[in-house]
Write a protein that binds this ligand. Structure first.
Ligand SMILES: Nc1ncnc2c1ncn2[C@@H]1O[C@H](COP(=O)(O)OP(=O)(O)OP(=O)(O)O)[C@@H](O)[C@H]1O
Length: 259
């Protein structure tokens, strides 16, 4: 386990441990204000919060991508961490297989890269250029690039935010399948409450620079938005985010008009 406070420790459990984390970008105040968080190995956690609440700041801190940002606190993450962003960040001058295996030094890198492409439904596209892929295909390639490293922790910052609704649903199915196979701990930043409920084992809400709400999702594997428990959880989370749920307002109006 690597510690971004400078030390290296060996601690198999939990996968992520954050203690009293502070981060600030200016004198005006902190973005993260003493945040504590643990994520178990293989646990899928969705991170919600209002715009500007510090979700990406937390994710970047866990990824070790915030050197130079003022702050203190303790972060422990596994050695193998992969990050997926909203844009695929494929290098346009490299073919798909070279993008997926970039930086992999193993002798069987090409074989593993092809296998990862197959897993995300891009079998046979090894020699394609990134610009030849659709947005959804590029995000699948980006998932293949992270999974080929067999991460113990997958950090995803709105990975499906730029995709159309149908492609998002397909990507949800794919990500769930990949997580079942590879079992990384996952921290998924999303604005989409339904996406959080569909995918995660647990949802946390960031507010005021700390975890303000922490809810386990016990809806089984087949999650339907039609399930009343799904709707209750959605309303609870939207309330935490300061938004009232009018999801079934229209049917209620119809029912009242008919009575
Ligand atoms: N590099 C930076 N320099 C200065 N301020 C920053 C920087 N990165 C983030 N901030 C500020 O920190 C706060 C939290 O930003 P962050 O991107 O973590 O929020 P977020 O919850 O991910 O927001 P969103 O949901 O809108 O993406 C914001 O007020 C933002 O302006």
């Amino acid at each position: 386990m690597a510690s971004h406070t400078g030390e290296l420790t060996t601690q198999p459990d939990p996968a992520v441990r954050v203690e009293a984390l502070h981060r600030s970008f200016n004198e005006a105040g902190g973005v993260l204000n003493g945040l504590d968080l643990e994520i178990a190995p293989g646990e899928f956690v969705a991170l919600l919060g209002r715009s500007g609440s510090g979700k990406s700041t937390l994710l970047r801190a866990l990824a070790g991508l915030d050197r130079g940002v003022a702050g203190h606190g303790r972060i422990e993450v596994p050695d193998k961490v992969s990050v997926v962003f909203q844009d695929s960040r494929l290098l346009p001058w490299k073919r798909l297989l070279d993008n997926v295996t970039l930086g992999l030094r193993a002798g069987d890198a090409a074989e593993r890269g092809s296998q990862a492409l197959e897993e995300v439904g891009l079998a046979g596209r090894e020699r394609a250029w990134p610009h030849e892929l659709s947005g959804g295909e590029q995000q699948r390639a980006s998932l293949a690039r992270s999974l080929v490293r067999d991460p113990e922790l997958l950090l995803a910052d709105e990975p499906f935010g730029a995709l159309d609704a149908l492609t998002r649903i397909r990507m949800h199915t794919l990500l769930r399948k990949l997580c079942e196979v590879h079992q990384p701990a996952v921290l998924l930043v999303t604005h989409d409450v339904d996406e959080a409920i569909v995918l995660a084992d647990r949802v946390i809400v960031l507010d005021g620079g700390v975890v303000r709400h922490d809810a386990r999702i016990d809806l089984g594997t087949r999650r339907s938005q039609a399930d009343p428990a799904f709707a209750r959880l959605r309303a609870e989370l939207l309330h935490e985010l300061g938004v009232e749920d009018d999801h079934d307002a229209a049917p209620r109006r119809v029912a009242r008009a008919a009575s």
